[in-house]
Design a protein around this ligand. Structure first.
Ligand code: ADP
Ligand code: ASP
Ligand code: MG
Length: 409
């Protein structure tokens, strides 16, 4: 049995017309001799609508109930799509994370997949043409519904592809591949034929929401080739796959940005062993992802500690910092939400120097002030004022020769 996992995002299943386009992609897989396992997201806007309802009903919505609520979006999609397939004579049935089952941790709202038992799904494929699985959702060992974090249907799909031994995982969306930067922000962005798992990991973690970061981690771990392509055209998309020599020849392959950032500073905190642990320990216990961290040189036994967190976690972070300020005798807690991260990413950086200098010079030429810097082997990230995000993305895109009408730098 040749299985192909095909995932369709929110805009691809937004309405009946869109779902008919999805049906064509499924029909093609059937014609090519595959047994398609179709993973669907909620219809576009639905998850946001449900989250807004939770906020309307409760001042502090219970995370487990929020998951029970927002998981319904995907259930609607799979039921409707299965009906559509059946009307066209295709033997289909829908399944949720509970029925498969897709077992996850109990970290509601950001649950991690622990196990997929693919035997029931395989059995159903013996008597059906297509199985339609609700993305984004899983179930705890105790049977409670969980969700995998925003964009989590990508992860459901890649994890299912790994569990079922799918030849590849097709991710259908509203753009026809992974671009050098967000094509909706930069009209000169160029489609990449291939991108390595490591580059895609950095792009996803630095804000390129075309794939959820966990899906790329799964793909890399289980060596699942991921094909990002459009629901609305037939052009080949981008293969996310293992690195090769050709990829290394390119210095920078993409620019990502993330506006969901806030900067927090703890001023004049005593500079003694254990202070960093006291600050970052409680943040990690609350599941808050700290990204950039800068500690100033100490003066008179005190230092300033500055870091960034996702903007949605700012309220919780400030409450924790206020406790730590009082406990350590630090002077004050400052914060700023008008900031954004821009990143240049490329495996070619491993063997080249001067990439950071080039990025800084390009931002300087546009008079964009850099507030914080962080680097990894294949990435340079600058925190800047949010109002310069679009300009910074275009400037870096241009500086590294990524425009579609030019060669690469
Ligand atoms: P879906 O609902 O299909 O999962 P998403 O909205 O989650 O789709 O992801 C697709 C969007 O990702 C695109 O519309 C695009 O604006 C955005 N995006 C950001 N960075 C990139 C990039 N480098 N290449 C392609 N798309 C990108
Ligand atoms: N519906 C979920 C979201 O909007 C999951 C997904 O679309 O991948 O985040
Ligand atoms: Mg998505």
């Amino acid at each position: 049995m040749r299985i192909l996992v095909q995932k369709f995002g929110g805009t691809s299943v937004a309405n009946l017309e869109c779902m008919k386009q999805v049906r064509e992609k499924v029909r093609r897989a059937l014609r090519d001799g595959y047994k398609p396992v179709v993973v669907l997201s909620a219809r576009s806007g639905e998850t946001n609508r449900l989250l807004a309802l939770a906020d309307e009903w409760s001042t502090d919505p219970d995370p487990a109930e929020v998951d029970a609520l927002i998981a319904t979006g995907e259930q609607v999609s799979v039921a409707l799509f299965s009906m559509l397939l059946k009307d066209s004579g295709i033997k289909a049935r829908s399944m949720t994370g509970f029925r498969v089952p897709i077992t996850t941790s109990d970290a509601f709202g950001r649950a991690r997949i622990m196990d997929i038992d693919a035997s029931r799904l395989r059995k159903e494929l013996e008597t059906h043409d297509v199985i339609v699985v609700a993305g984004f959702r899983g179930v705890t060992p105790e049977g409670r519904i969980t969700t995998l974090g925003r964009g989590g249907s990508d992860t459901s799909a890649v994890a299912l592809a790994a569990a079922l031994g799918s030849v590849e995982c097709e991710i259908y969306t509203d753009v026809d591949g992974v671009y050098t930067t967000d094509p909706n922000l930069c009209s000169t962005a160029r489609k990449l034929d291939r991108v390595s798992y490591d580059e895609m990991l950095e792009m996803a973690s630095m804000g390129a929401k075309v794939l959820q970061i966990r899906s790329v981690e799964f793909a890399k771990k289980y060596k699942v080739p991921v094909h990002v392509r459009s629901t609305f055209t037939d052009t080949p998309g981008t293969m996310v796959t293992q690195e090769d020599c050709e990829m290394e020849a390119v210095l920078v392959s993409g620019i990502a940005y993330d506006k969901d950032q806030a900067r927090v500073t703890l001023r004049s905190v005593p500079d003694r062993p254990g202070v960093s642990a006291a600050i970052f320990g409680p943040l990690s216990q609350q599941g808050i992802l700290v990204d950039m961290i800068v500690q100033n040189p100490s003066r008179d036994g005190v230092t300033d500690m500055t870091f960034t967190v996702p903007r949605r976690d700012l309220k919780k972070t400030l409450a924790l910092m206020e406790e730590i300020r009082a406990r350590t005798g630090a002077q004050e807690v400052l914060h700023d939400t008008q900031v954004a991260k821009v990143s240049a990413i490329g495996v070619g950086m491993r063997n080249h120097s001067g990439v950071a200098a080039k990025a800084f010079a390009a931002l300087h030429a546009e008079n964009i002030n850099i507030l914080m810097i962080s680097t990894s082997e294949i990435k340079i990230t600058c925190l800047i004022e949010e109002k310069y995000t679009e300009l910074a993305v275009r400037t870096l895109h241009d500086a590294f020769g990524l425009n579609h009408d030019l060669g690469n730098a």
